[in-house]
Design a protein around this ligand. Structure first.
Ligand code: IMP
Ligand code: MG
Length: 185
C-alpha cells in the first residue's frame, strides 16, 4: 500500500469556508429536475455525464428525474482542458468518449461546474458533430467571471464567485469529492 502523504494545501475541513449547504443543494437539484422533466417530457433523452466531477450531481439528478417520470439513457465522457495560460491557447483532450449512439438524439450534458467554458464548449460541439438532434448543458455551478470562450449553460444550479470550490463531486488534488456540501478553499 502506498502510504505517501497526499500533497495538498487543504487537509482539514476547518480550513474550508462553507458556500452551499446540503439542504440548499438538494432543493436546487429538485428544482432543476422539475424544469428538465417538463422540458424533456416524452422525448428520447440521452444524459451524458462529464467525469469525474459530475458523478454525484448526476446521481442525485437522475434519481429526481426518475421520480418525475423521466427515464433517460446515461453515458459518460471524460475530458480535460490544458494550456489555457493565454486566452487562445487552451485545448481539450477527450480521454473517454461516449459509447451510446448520439445521432438524432436529444442530448443533455451534465457537469459539476463551468469555469473557462473550454471543456463543455468542446464537448457540446463534439456531440453536435456526432449528429445529436439537440445538445443542452446542465451544470450545478457557474463561475461566469472566469469565462474565456463564449459558452452559455442552459440550466444552472448556482452562479458562484471566482473562488475555488470543493465537495459534492468537486475536488482539489482528487480530495473532497465525497463531501456532501460545497465549500471554498
Ligand atoms: P473549464 O474548461 O475551464 O470550464 O473547466 C471546467 C473544469 O475545471 C470543471 O469540470 C472542473 O473539473 C474544473 N474546475 C473549475 N473550477 C473548479 C473549482 O472551483 N473546483 C474544482 N474544480 C474546478
Ligand atoms: Mg469536471
Amino acid at each position: 500500500m502506498n502510504n505517501q502523504p497526499v500533497d495538498t494545501e487543504v487537509k482539514t475541513r476547518a480550513a474550508l469556508e462553507p458556500l452551499l449547504s446540503e439542504g440548499e443543494i438538494e432543493r436546487r437539484v429538485g428544482q432543476l429536475a422539475e424544469q428538465l422533466a417538463k422540458d424533456y417530457a416524452g422525448r428520447d433523452l440521452l444524459v451524458v455525464g462529464v467525469l469525474k466531477g459530475a458523478f454525484i450531481f448526476l446521481a442525485d439528478l437522475l434519481r429526481r428525474l426518475n421520480k418525475l417520470g423521466l427515464n433517460p439513457q446515461v453515458d459518460f465522457i471524460r475530458a480535460a482542458s490544458y494550456g489555457a495560460d493565454t486566452r487562445s491557447s487552451g485545448w481539450v483532450k477527450v480521454f473517454l468518449d461516449v459509447s451510446l449512439p448520439v445521432e438524432g438524439r436529444d442530448v443533455l450534458v451534465v457537469d459539476d461546474i463551468v469555469d473557462s467554458g473550454r471543456t463543455l464548449g468542446h464537448i457540446c460541439e463534439r456531440l453536435r458533430g456526432l449528429g445529436a438532434a439537440s445538445v443542452r448543458c446542465c451544470v450545478l455551478l457557474d463561475k461566469p467571471a472566469r469565462r474565456e470562450v463564449p459558452f452559455h449553460p442552459d440550466y444552472v444550479g448556482f452562479e458562484i464567485p471566482d473562488r475555488f470550490v470543493v465537495g459534492y463531486g468537486l475536488d482539489k488534488a482528487e480530495l473532497w469529492r465525497g463531501m456532501p456540501d460545497i465549500a471554498m478553499t
